[in-house]
Structure formats: C-alpha cells, structure tokens
Ligand binder design. Structure first.
Ligand code: GYE
Length: 333
C-alpha cells in the first residue's frame, strides 16, 4: 500500500517522528492537501483511447493504483491538449498529492506545470516527454526511448532492403504513417528511422503523413497513398494500430501485406503480434505500455522526499515473425 509520509521515516530521528505523528490529522498546508498517513491521491491525465497500446497503459495504471491503494483520479483527454491542461488544473484545485500525465504533444505545458509547482504538487511524466525551458517543472519522466525505437525499425529495413525491393529496380520505396503531430513518439520515431536508413541510399521515403495513431487514420492515409502510387514497397507505421489499418487498405488494393508490401510497426500489442505471426506484418519494435507499477513506485519515492532519477527508460525488445509466434501465447495485452 502506498502511504503518505511527509518525510521518509528511515531518515528522521524518533523525536521528529513522534511530532509528525501528533500532527498527522492536521492539514499539511503544503498545497498538496495531504494529511499525514492515509493513501496517496494521484491525478492522472491520460491522452485518450486511440490505440491498443493506450488501452493496455490505462489498465496498467488503474490496476497498479488499486493494488497500491492509491486514490486515482483519472481523466481521458480524448487526444486534446486543452482537455489535458484543464484536467491538470482541476487536480491542482483538488489539491491531489501528485499529478501524473502522458502529454498529448511535447510543447505548450509550461504554464500549467508552473501552476502545479507553485501549488507544491509534484508532477511525474509517463510515456511521453514535454519540451519545457525549466526541467524542474517535473520530477521524473518514465517511458520508452522513442528515438531508439525508430532506429531499430530502420536497422531492420537496412538489413532486409533487398528482400523488400518488389520491382527489383534497386530502390526501396517507403511510406511512413506518422503518429499524432507534435507528439514525442511521432517526432522521435521519425527521427531515429530517418537517421538509420540514411546510411543506405537505395531506401527512399516517398510519402509521410499522420494517421494520428489510430487504425482508421492508418487505413485512410494508406488508401490515399496507394491511389497515387503503385510502387510502394514498405510501410513504416509509428504504431501497430496504424499498421493494422494499412493492412486493410493494402488488401483492398489487391496486394498482399507482408509479402508485396513489407510492414514495420511499433508497440507489439496482441493484435499487432497476431498479424506479425500471420505474416501480414514483417517486424515490430516493442514499446512497453505496462508503466503502472513503476509509476506508483516513483510517486511514493517522490512523496517520501527520496531522490529519483530524472529519466527512467523502459526495457524493450523487437519481434520478427517467428519470435511473435513464440511470444503470442503469453502476451498479456
Ligand atoms: O506507441 C501509440 C499510442 O505514446 C508510446 O501512443 C505511446 C504511443 C503508442 O497511441 O500506440
């Protein structure tokens, strides 16, 4: 159970401890609204429900909060930054102990983060980063290295380029389905990929457009790409859902996904892994959504006044078709 302690018990002498205990039922007056003891109140402002990854992430956070007896106030911003800012402001007003959120986009959060700081409420970033001038506006950032994910996708393509060259003209025509414009994973996954394929002159990104991390978005963008270009040989989708949407568009165009058009995606959620095992996707870079347990742990440490690393990077792997077949039976999400 996560407990509210104003100071880490192990770090304080007994006399102070008893003082803390006496004052435990008075309001702390620190703006965090915490009363000594009792469980932690966390306000969490989620991006939305755009993908399988997001659903698994939300479930992980809700289940971990329950397991640790954290009083979780949860909002779904439906993909809109203004909703997210509004939710954070309401958590500040409610004087929660800690705020956590997964920023829809990277920029534009300075003002609201300053308000949280002024109210003495610590903020933890999960999953996505923000770009702010003052890094002290958040305690820590827990999530994946998205640039590295893009690099892994690019490395696979460099290694398998010849195999992807359907018309054998020596040029590999790639289209990119980007995540939400301005979101850290969209920016970084594009950057890591571009840097890596840059080493091979035969690989060309011929079109790139946002599908907003949704299946429908991926399908629509892919349909329009296919209408204007019949020489597409590779799709690099910034998440599984857009890749799954692209599969539908490719099949509707009479082509075989995974064979005529190679597909690389990021996430490794169950539906993506199934398509990989079925041969319709060729390679998936894993992005771990199960951030709940680490988030609760970091929140406790921050509230205990313990030092936490400014950046906590999650461990991830990659899957080819054979590895997906082996991993599928145990895949939780
Ligand atoms: O890859 C995508 C989701 O921010 C890492 O957001 C997350 C991304 C994830 O919609 O599926």
């Amino acid at each position: 159970m996560l407990k509210k302690t104003l100071i880490a018990a192990s770090a304080i002498p007994l006399t102070v401890l008893s003082l803390t205990a006496c004052g435990s039922d008075s309001s702390s007056g620190d703006g965090g609204g915490s009363e000594g003891g009792g469980s932690i109140t966390m306000g969490f402002a989620q991006v939305g429900a755009e993908s399988g990854w997001r659903t698994a992430n939300t479930k992980s956070i809700q289940e971990s909060a329950k397991a640790e007896d954290v009083d979780l106030k949860f909002t779904d911003a439906q993909g809109k930054q203004e909703n997210q800012i509004q939710a954070i402001r309401s958590y500040i007003q409610q004087k929660v102990d800690v705020i956590a959120f997964s920023p829809v986009v990277e920029t534009g959060f300075d003002a609201v983060l300053q308000e949280a700081k002024a109210a003495n409420i610590p903020v933890i970033l999960t999953d996505r980063a923000v770009k702010v001038d003052d890094d002290s506006l958040y305690e820590t950032f827990l999530g994946s290295d998205f640039v590295k994910e893009g690099e892994k996708a690019g490395e696979w393509l460099v290694q398998n380029a010849k195999d992807a060259d359907r018309d054998g003209d020596g040029t590999i025509n790639v289209v990119q389905l980007e995540g939400t414009t301005g979101a850290a994973p969209a920016i970084d996954r594009a950057e890591g990929f571009a840097d890596t394929i840059g080493a091979d002159d035969s690989i060309k990104v011929t079109a790139s457009q946002t599908g907003d991390f949704t299946r429908d978005g991926g399908k629509q963008v892919m349909e329009s790409f296919l209408q204007s270009d019949d020489s597409i040989e590779v799709v690099y989708a910034h998440n599984d859902d857009m890749g799954l949407g692209a599969i539908e568009a490719i099949e509707a165009a009479g082509l075989k996904p995974g064979v005529d058009v190679k597909i690389i995606t990021v996430d490794a959620v169950k539906d993506g892994m199934q398509a990989l095992a079925d041969g319709k996707i060729n390679f998936i870079v894993e992005c771990n959504p199960l951030l709940g347990p680490q988030l609760m742990d970091l929140a406790q440490k921050v509230l205990d006044g313990e030092e936490v690393p400014k950046r906590v990077v999650t461990e991830e792997t990659t899957f080819d078709q054979e590895q997906a077949k082996a991993a599928l039976p145990d895949r939780q999400y």
